[in-house]
Design a protein around this ligand. Structure first.
Ligand code: MN
Length: 257
């Protein structure tokens, strides 16, 4: 089995090293990841500039390709140029959960969804932030999830977003397969003036409060469960498609009409 690892925190991040160590014995593992942190770049790709790529040896643990690009670039470049086509793509382990609206901002998720474009089954792994980010333990959790995924013979292009709850107080209570939460971050900007007198803004956001009965990715990890959400590349809102189809759209764009 060939496994490709990618992430958005950069090839030197502890999360990808832990993921490598967790799955290294399961097959041929290739690592193609951004040279620097690319958190919150979403599904961006590099089209205006070329990318530099170099081979790195990280902490005597793994060799990989460091790409001066985005997570989605890494997956594309890996598949087209750098490594043999993988059977599975694993993205992460991200430092911080990717639930709710953050799924759209996440470079970690984009790495897995990019694999789905190529019809390769993929998992995105993220670990909820806490005082002690225990990536080694998160790696063990990720390994078990991955083995169950492989055993389930996922169809080509199946992409699962996996969020692991903070592990400071013990292992997860189990797995919850649930929808992406439709909850927005509570955001504001901190306005400052820099040394040159220019206005600068820093985005500051907090995860929202949830009511007890909420069922979604964020609620699951808050309750101590691993949250698993299948994602798709097609963002079409099928229910509303039927609704807007019946609206009174212009019948023609000719001026005479
Ligand atoms: Mn990140």
């Amino acid at each position: 089995m060939r496994i490709l690892l990618v992430n958005d925190d950069g090839i030197l991040a502890p999360g990808i090293e832990a993921l490598y160590e967790a799955v290294a014995d399961l097959g041929q593992v290739d690592v193609v990841a951004p040279e620097t942190s690319q958190s919150a770049v979403g599904h961006g790709i590099s089209v205006l500039t070329p990318m530099t790529v170099h081979r790195v040896h990280v902490n005597q643990v793994f060799h990989g390709w460091a790409v001066d690009g985005r997570p989605a670039d890494c997956v594309k470049l890996a598949i087209h140029e750098l490594v043999a086509r993988p059977d599975f793509v694993l993205s992460g382990i991200n430092a911080g959960a990717n639930t709710g609206a953050n799924v759209l901002y996440s470079g970690t998720v984009a790495g897995a969804l990019e694999a789905a474009f190529y019809r390769i089954p993929a998992l995105a792994f993220s670990l909820e932030l806490s005082d002690e980010l225990d990536f080694r333990r998160a790696g063990e959790v990720a390994r078990k999830i991955f083995l169950a995924f492989v055993a389930s013979q996922p169809e080509p292009g199946l992409c699962l977003n996996v969020n692991i709850p903070a592990l400071d107080h013990g292992l997860p209570r189990g797995v919850r397969c649930c929808a992406q939460g439709a909850v927005a971050m509570q955001e504001h900007y901190q306005h400052q003036t820099d040394g040159a007198g220019r206005s600068i803004y820093w985005l500051d956001g907090r995860l929202p409060e949830l009511d007890e009965a909420a069922v979604c990715d964020l609620a699951a990890i808050r309750q101590g469960y691993v949250a698993i959400t299948p994602l798709r590349c097609d963002l079409t809102d099928e229910r509303r498609l039927a609704q807007v189809r019946d609206w009174r759209w212009p019948r023609t764009f000719h001026e005479s009409a």
